[in-house]
Design a binder for this molecule. Sequence first.
Ligand code: SF4
Length: 342
Amino acid sequence: MQNNIQNNLISWYNHNHRQFPWRETTNPYYIWISEIMLQQTTTEAVIPYYKRFIQTFDTIDKLASASLEEVYKLWEGLGYYRRAKHIHETAQLICEKYDGQFPDTYEDILKLKGIGPYTAGAICSIAYGLSAPAIDGNVLRIISRLYALTENIALPKAQKNIFHIVNDLLIGYDASAFNQGLMDLGATICRPLNPQCEICPIAPFCKARQSGQQKVLPISIKNIKHKEINYITGIITYQDQYVMIQNPAGLLENLYGFIQYELESPYRFIEEFEKQYYISLSLVSYHGQVKHVFTHRTWHMHIYHFTISKPLSSLYSLNDISQLPVSTAHLKVLKHYLKTIE
Ligand code: SF4
């Protein structure tokens, strides 16, 4: 078998996949219920609900003829009750329109209430083996890393591009194992912070890993409301010292903080920094984001670690920093950063 992304991922999935009750079936109705329950809920929390639900309503017919109260009762504690209402209404529609048989085309499934492109793709590939991408946050992250895509994956254009990439990868392969392989890889190995590249089955093909960007990508910065500001906040280190600057007049006057620019890409940060300080910067890793709310604005600080190759005048050890008047927002950033490197 040829070593490529698809074969490596599928073979890894077939040997290592996580065991869940919804993985013991290809019944589209059961897969649908599990996928809806898994929206906004962890796999561990879903297991007992899923089992109870399909035991009580083992066919779409039974679900359709139950009362909404009975459905709510089984949903109790799972939250987001609108999901239960949609499931109930959809079951009734399937009985009326499709004679109780779950539809079997991507287009028909996508028309059902409460089912978006991800869920439609998951049901089509897992239940029917159809070649349909199931793109969720995990897949966006993995593909962004695999191909070292530096576009912001929160934007529809980047998501469309990733959809096409996955669509092409799927052609001629086991779509069910491939899509579920991506789900498991994202949940266990290619995690948002600190991906475990050394045990990743597709590491030989990963451009982010090859270029040392696996802790930087993906860029994922959501568009936010007026008066909410995205910053790239730089933890810039030289050996074991940190660059901190004193704020000029204005908000947080005289307090110390990390260098940050109102930007949406760490690569633009490098350009701005180098223009201002004439020192080259290397991007090391992404450390999540911290939100800080002021009375009149909210900062979303996306924390990236950079290093400089020669010292700057504003370098401080952690001990020095504890003596400096640092703004609360940037103390939060430091605390968050230190926690992620523990
Ligand atoms: S090599 Fe690392 S970054 Fe690349 S896909 Fe695997 S875990 Fe993710």
